[in-house]
Design a protein. Structure first.
Length: 148
C-alpha cells in the first residue's frame, strides 16, 4: 500500500501510440496520474472529460496529466479521439503499473466479486514523491479534488 510521502513507483509502459512512457520523463514537473477502470464507460468518460475541460488550469498550476488503464493502445486512441483528450493514456495490459500502484484488486459490483481497477488518482511532486492520493474520486469534480 502506497502512502503520501512515498516515492512513486517507476512507470515503464507504453502510451496510446505505442511509444515508451516513463515517470522519469516528467522529472521536475508535478504529475497527476489517474487510474480508471475502462475506456468508453460512463464514469471514466465523465472523469476524463472533467480533466480535459480543466486541462489548461492544470497546466497553469504546473501539472502534467497521465491516465492509465488496462485498455489496449488502440482502444486508448479511440477514446482520445472521441473525447478530444489532450493528455497521454498509459496502456497497462500487463497490469505492472496497476499492481505497482496497488490499484488492481478485488471489487464488488451488483453482488458479484471480480478483479479490476480501483479508481484512484496519485498526485506526484517534481521529485517523484507522492503528495496526494485520491481514492474517493468525484468524476464530475475531479480537477477540484486535485487542486483544492
Amino acid at each position: 500500500m502506497l502512502n503520501i510521502g512515498d516515492k512513486a513507483p517507476t512507470i515503464n509502459s507504453i502510451d496510446e501510440n505505442g511509444e515508451q512512457i516513463t515517470l522519469e520523463q516528467f522529472k521536475g514537473k508535478k504529475v497527476v496520474l489517474y487510474f480508471y477502470p475502462k475506456d468508453m464507460t460512463p464514469g471514466c468518460t465523465v472523469q476524463s472529460c472533467n480533466l480535459r475541460d480543466n486541462y489548461q488550469l492544470l497546466l497553469d498550476k504546473g501539472y502534467v496529466v497521465l491516465g492509465c488503464s488496462a485498455d489496449s493502445p488502440e482502444r486508448h486512441q479511440k477514446f482520445i479521439a472521441k473525447h478530444e483528450l489532450p493528455f497521454p493514456l498509459i496502456s497497462d495490459e500487463s497490469k505492472e503499473v496497476l499492481n505497482a500502484y496497488g490499484v488492481w484488486g478485488p471489487k464488488k459490483f451488483m453482488g458479484k466479486e471480480y478483479d479490476g481497477i480501483h479508481r484512484t488518482t496519485f498526485v506526484i511532486d517534481e521529485n517523484g514523491i507522492i503528495e496526494d492520493i485520491i481514492t474517493k474520486v468525484k468524476t464530475k469534480e475531479h480537477t477540484a479534488q486535485i487542486i483544492k
